[in-house]
Design a protein around this ligand. Structure first.
Ligand SMILES: [Fe+2]
Ligand SMILES: [Fe+2]
Length: 294
């Protein structure tokens, strides 16, 4: 892989369009104005029924423990809080941005991996008593979007990557390095920078396979690292042919040490218990929110 090729990839990402967030009106309400009322936001969201339905579905899922009682956007906003609400909207806008055209790659499976990862991330922040500033949902939901960027803008490479994974039973990262010399987390970080995402979210995504390199937002990167692994252990991988996760390889004693040093209390035994808790957490969801991206 020559440097020229990496430069070309970066250049192409620089040229991608800016994030098409719902409408200019919505952008203004959410990002430029401090004194916007819940009523005003409710009105704008309700003028976009598919978006409103998605928001109500997610807030009524058992993940938020609301027992199916939320029927208005205003109520959803109160429950999610403004930061998380903003991030839910951003997440759904991103999903709309990508159109999948690779017959071998199922986008529903991809988004299921992502949405479960976002909910496990929130679950872990509660479990480890680490404050959720509203970023875990979005970081979990978008941690793998670099794969969709490759599919959409470097389509031939993406087909070669998925074929390589199928033949060699390997991971996305190794296949991407082999075929493109650049990985999905590098590409995602570049694009999200261009889209002016908060630095913390970009870093959590950039380091989701190696949080020990993140010196600034280490706890957040650990949360996304763990939730990605736990999502796969629960059986929700992005792509049916990717290499099965091996918890022993991801969670070595040095990884446990590193995580513990950063304010988490976890060992082999509690990690196994955690897997059971997560299985219960996922199976208690009966409101079909996992079909939200179907
Ligand atoms: Fe990944
Ligand atoms: Fe992932």
């Amino acid at each position: 892989m020559s440097n020229k090729n990496i430069d070309e990839i970066v250049q192409k990402i620089e040229q991608l369009p800016s994030l098409p967030i719902i409408s200019e009106k919505m952008q203004k309400l959410l990002f430029n104005s401090d004194d916007v009322s819940i009523k005003q936001i409710g009105n704008v969201i309700e003028s976009d029924p598919p978006l409103a339905v998605k928001i109500l579905k997610i807030v009524n899922s058992s993940f938020y423990g609301m027992l199916n009682n939320v029927s208005t956007i205003e109520h959803a906003l109160v429950i999610l809080g403004i930061n998380e609400f903003k991030n839910v909207i951003l997440g759904f806008s991103i999903q709309k941005y990508f159109v999948n055209s690779n017959k071998n790659f199922d986008p529903k499976r991809f988004w299921k991996h992502s949405v479960i990862c976002s909910q496990i991330a929130k679950f872990l922040s509660k479990h480890f008593k680490i404050i959720d500033d509203g970023t875990y949902f979005l970081a979990g939901l978008t941690h793998d979007i670099g794969k969709l960027v490759i599919d959409q803008y470097f389509h031939k490479d993406f087909i070669a990557i998925t074929n390589y994974i199928t033949t060699n039973k390997t991971t996305f990262s190794s296949a991407e390095k082999e075929i493109m010399g650049v990985t999905h987390y590098q590409i995602a970080a570049k694009l999200l920078q261009k889209w002016n995402f908060p630095k913390k979210i970009i870093m959590q995504i950039f380091y989701h396979h190696a949080p020990w390199y993140d010196k600034e937002f280490t706890q957040g990167s650990i949360i996304i690292y763990l939730s990605n692994i736990l999502t796969k252990i629960a059986g929700f991988t992005c792509f049916e042919h990717e290499k099965a996760i091996s918890p022993n390889n991801c969670m070595t004693s040095s990884v446990f040490d590193f995580i513990n040093k950063n304010g988490f209390e976890i060992d082999q035994e509690s990690f196994e218990k955690l897997q059971e808790n997560i299985n219960e957490f996922l199976s208690s969801e009966a409101n079909d929110v996992l079909k939200i991206f179907d």
